[in-house]
Design a protein around this ligand. Sequence first.
Ligand SMILES: [Mn+2]
Length: 396
Amino acid sequence: MTSKLPNNFYIKKRKELLSKSKADLIVIGANGQIQMSLDQSYDFIQESNFLYLTGINDPGLILVLSKTETFLILPETNDYLETFDGELDLGNIKHKSGITKVFKNDQGLIKLGNMLGSIKVVHTLFDETDKLKTYAITALPFRANLLKLLKELNKKIKFINIEKDLARLRMIKSSEEIDLIKQAAKITKSAIEDIKLTKLTNTKEVALELERLMVENGASSWAFKPVISTGQASTVIHYVDLDQKLNKNNLLLVDVGCRYLDYCSDISRTISVGSPTKRQGLVMAAVKEVQDELIGFLKPGISFRELEIKTEQLIGKKLIELGLIKKATNKSIRKYYPHAVTHHLGIDTHDLADYSSPLEENMVITIEPGIYIEKESIGVRFEDDVLITANGAKVL
Ligand SMILES: [Mn+2]
């Protein structure tokens, strides 16, 4: 079994970020708890950049990083929290992150305020208020809170968004990270292989069984909301309602991943609940062939745009063979293949990266072609996680 990243990983990444960004001062906040109801919060998920730079999974901390010193500021606490949730384990925080200076909230903010007296430019993460418009989700409030707090400490400071520098750093994986993603992929693939569908009656049970198998093998949780769909529903790309009955005549599309020691896997398989019809078999074989060809096509230097064009060409050919289209055009192909074929994978399932950069050695991406035929209730996707090497791609 692979072990957690040692603190010299985080020390190295903080150093790299400082030199890459040429920043004098970097301030990055952890996520906080979000209220779900009364005194209950949603499951806590750490801000992935904070996690990448510290290894710390606790809420509310602030990382301060400069050429001369690195320290953490603890969140405000009170008797209620300390009684019910226990106190933060400072020894553990220092050990995990390799950061020896950890200040209480008020002391830390005074120290940061003093630094802001001479350093007027702060590199930090911007709040993303446009998320609501694009994805119908409200952006996490913690970045906005931190920006406000910094402004309160010194009105004159200017902010620079450090996201691009973090993206460039995070998209090239070190060997320890690759090992963790590989282990996460292995856990997910064996769970899908080991599941016994004959004993199950609906997609909710499939989800519970997959989760049980993955947790048994060391996963901490799902990497993202599982997509487990069948029949017509599997032609909807992100069908996350686990409300389908298993039916021997239908295919089952499983797009799932787990989190293993903070790193994610993302695997899709299409299997038949009974035995596939000839038509279902043909579509499955077509998508699998496209996936194999794409993995063979990968090498350093190829851009995401080229990869997407190649995917369209390959799928277009298959759609003609399957009698679904007469002429392969962007529009005719996209009717049956409406999503992207790849994304970076890491601490986040859709990992932070610069998607204008071509493939480089030690990037980890997914390859996930699909064909969705609504009128035939056939949805097929195959997805694997691959490492880009000097000679091509290696499936993890
Ligand atoms: Mn994916």
